[in-house]
Design a protein around this ligand. Structure first.
Ligand code: AMP
Ligand code: TRP
Length: 357
């Protein structure tokens, strides 16, 4: 639904519909995406094909996708100012994945830390999709010739891989795709409440973005802090404390300074620090919760957003695929025989009969 965007750079990013959207997603990604809407031609995607790489319930998928889309909209991705769509609704993602796979390095894929991590977490589910996941991600980005990709720190390696695939395709078939650049916000990595792994939907160590104030407090209350602060009188180091990181995302400079000084001097306890954070988080996320309720009450509108996004992206993707098919030689001799809607078999200019049909 973006208008007059020709001079603007294209932004692409995605989020998996794998569970509850949390404050790590918000601080590391969604909030930064929302800040880019006016300055870029923004496309954001719910990546259901990526979510298929880990165990899931197919019957629950459509609702998870809708839910993720609504939370994204509530987090500030105004559908009037960006394009929102669902990955599987645009078939070209899968087609370009195959083509890019022929330009991707097997050795590089073996080095992906997320692959190693997921295969050790789900040893009974080491599927090929998990292995080629970064190629699909490269296809997502290159399909729209996106130049800027805002993500959290955990996606750095995948993005570097996408850049390599891009260079490899361009080198082999001619300059086609711009090399996408990552863009990070002020908070790039939020740890989980136990402070052992990154906050993640699948680890159950998260604060949901839509949590009500009571839930925020009950989760923060028991969250890990700097282990040096055993007693209230023990001073701490804010920079190594996850609660401090979350403060950076939700609190004013004044409050951040108060928490830093109080922690270093043991002037405040962790509970004081957390209480201040809980108040700030609850207040700053109140509009998100409010917008979510409004969207949830308008299922037809959400459905329209999804359909409109798919239509827009399908057209854009088809333009790229036309070029890609031509450059890779995966086309007929003349592209005249391929309509933007797909192949019309047996139809040629020389065939009067078929033209009349
Ligand atoms: P995912 O939920 O894995 O699809 O991630 C969606 C976006 O949120 C990506 O840009 C991630 O880098 C970002 N993200 C996910 N978890 C975190 C986290 N704990 N801290 C910061 N960013 C995150
Ligand atoms: N792999 C990303 C994640 O798990 C999601 C994603 C899929 C993505 N395609 C993308 C992010 C393209 C940026 C660009 O967070």
């Amino acid at each position: 639904m973006t208008k007059g965007t020709h001079a603007k750079k294209t932004v692409f990013s995605g989020i998996q519909p794998t569970g509850v959207v949390h404050i790590g997603n918000y601080l590391g990604a969604l909030r930064n995406w929302a800040d880019m809407l006016d300055d870029y031609d923004c496309i954001f995607c719910v990546v259901d094909l990526h979510a298929m790489t880990t165990p899931y319930d197919p019957a629950a998928m459509p609702e998870s996708v809708r839910e993720t889309l609504m939370v994204n909209m509530a987090a500030g991705l105004d559908p009037e100012r960006c394009t929102l769509f669902v990955q599987s609704h645009v078939r070209a993602h899968a087609e370009l994945t195959w083509i890019l796979g022929t330009c991707a390095s097997y050795g590089e894929l073996l080095r992906m830390t997320q692959f190693k991590d997921k295969t050790s977490r789900y040893p009974e589910n080491v599927n090929c999709g998990l292995f080629t996941y970064p190629i699909l991600m490269a296809a997502d980005i290159l399909l729209y010739k996106a130049e800027v990709v805002p993500v959290g720190e955990d996606q750095t390696q995948h993005l570097e891989f996408a850049r390599e695939v891009c260079r490899s395709f361009n080198g082999r078939f001619g300059e086609t795709f711009p090399e996408p650049q990552p863009k990070f916000g002020p908070v790039t990595r939020v740890m989980g409440l136990e402070n052992k792994a990154k906050m993640s939907k699948s680890l159950g160590n998260h604060i949901p973005l839509l949590a009500e104030p009571e839930e925020i407090w009950s989760l923060l209350r028991t969250a890990a802090t700097d282990p040096a602060r055993v007693r209230r009188t023990d001073p701490g180091t804010p920079e190594i404390c996850n609660i401090h990181t979350i403060h950076l995302g939700f609190s004013s400079e004044e409050d951040i300074l108060w928490c830093e000084e109080g922690c270093r001097s043991a002037g405040i306890g962790c509970v004081d620090c957390k209480k201040r954070l809980a108040g700030n988080m609850s207040a700053s996320l109140a509009p998100v919760r409010e917008r979510y309720k409004q969207y949830a009450a308008e299922p037809d509108y959400v459905h329209d957003v999804m359909l409109h996004g798919a239509k827009q992206c399908e057209q854009r993707a088809e333009r790229t695929m036309h070029e890609v098919r031509k450059k890779t030689g995966c086309t007929t001799k003349s592209n005249r025989y391929l309509s933007p809607k797909g192949i019309q078999l047996f139809r040629s200019e020389n065939s009067k009969q078929t033209r009349e049909n």
